[in-house]
Design a protein around this ligand. Structure first.
Ligand code: PEP
Ligand code: MN
Length: 306
């Protein structure tokens, strides 16, 4: 057993009109210099995130989370969930509240999308992860989903992070499009310090000078974050590349560098998808990918502890 990190109450905010007693303030790590609860100094052993029967991190076999970018219809979601389960995915994804760059683009089915996610989860047996964008929607989304996603655009939505810290659901925290590793881990810190230790990180590509790919997958960041932090790290090859043809190769690269799982967009008819069709695999393409991902014995050792 490793010793528990030495924790103390965070200092009282100077401007707090109604001071919170020390016992109720978020705890911070006492080891210096700056030591985060998310860091390996605070906790050497890997954090295992549990989403119902699914285990993420701590050397467990990589989880594959698959599903459409957006929930569009009952038929679309149920067909995708069944195919994802049959191909060996461990969890279902799908957006009901969509953070779209343009206000004229499809914004998601909202509450109806959440109900469909619940139905698809029950029909397929797959736990479901979906994005939540505002603190006011956390309770509703948590009533329908097994894991809540913080999207790249909301990585530094601090009221949302503070609310999610008090939510009894595991969190999938995506890296912001131009967030440094320190900023990403500090976003995770909001969750941990506020009381939610069930946090998995997700590298989904960052913005660079090149527009050939939608984003640039920061593959070294996956390995580096596993050195710095005990939290599991997933990779999203769909948003990282924006191109369906690259998803299999980038998925293999992610596993080779030690990712604890993959988040992959899959759609029964990507050419008519309401969002992110060009990066979505077909159901057949996903099945093919799952057949060709390397098994545990074929994956090279990374030399980084789990
Ligand atoms: C998504 O997962 O569909 C999504 C919007 O991802 P990101 O926040 O990484 O852009
Ligand atoms: Mn998407």
């Amino acid at each position: 057993m490793l010793p528990e990190p030495a924790l103390e109450a965070a200092p009282e905010p100077a401007s707090d009109p109604a001071p919170t007693p020390a016992a109720e303030r978020p705890r911070r790590c006492r080891a210096a210099p700056p030591c985060l609860l998310a860091s390996r100094q605070a906790r050497a052993e890997a954090t295992v995130v549990r989403v119902r029967h699914v285990t993420i991190g701590g050397g467990a076999p990589p989880v594959v989370i698959a599903g459409p970018c957006s929930v569009e219809s009952r038929e679309q979601l149920l067909a995708t969930a069944a195919a994802a389960a049959a191909a060996g995915a461990a969890m279902l994804r799908g957006g009901a509240y969509k953070p779209r760059t343009s206000p004229y683009d499809f914004q998601g089915l909202g509450r109806d999308g959440l109900r469909l996610l619940r139905e698809a989860s029950e029909a397929s047996g797959l736990p479901v992860v979906t994005e939540v964008m505002s603190p006011e929607e956390v309770e509703l989304v948590a009533d329908h989903a097994d894991m809540l996603q913080v999207g790249a655009r909301n990585m530094q939505n601090f009221p949302l992070l503070r609310r999610l810290a008090r939510c009894a659901r595991p969190i999938l925290l995506k890296r912001g499009v131009s967030a440094t590793l320190a900023e990403w881990l500090l976003a995770a810190e909001y969750l941990l310090a506020g009381g939610n230790s069930q946090v998995a990180l997700c590298e989904r590509g960052i913005r660079t000078f090149d527009s050939e790919m939608r984003n640039t997958l920061d593959i070294a960041a996956v390995a580096r974050v596993r050195e710095l932090s005990h939290l599991p790290v997933l990779v999203d090859p769909s948003h990282a590349t924006g191109r369906r043809s690259l998803v299999p190769a980038v998925s293999r690269a992610a596993l080779a560098v030690g990712a604890d799982g993959l988040l992959i967009e899959v759609h029964p008819d990507p050419d008519h998808a309401l969002s992110d069709g060009p990066q979505s695999l077909t159901l057949e393409g996903f099945d093919e990918l799952m057949r060709t991902l390397p098994g545990p014995r074929e994956r090279p050792a990374t030399g980084i502890r789990k």
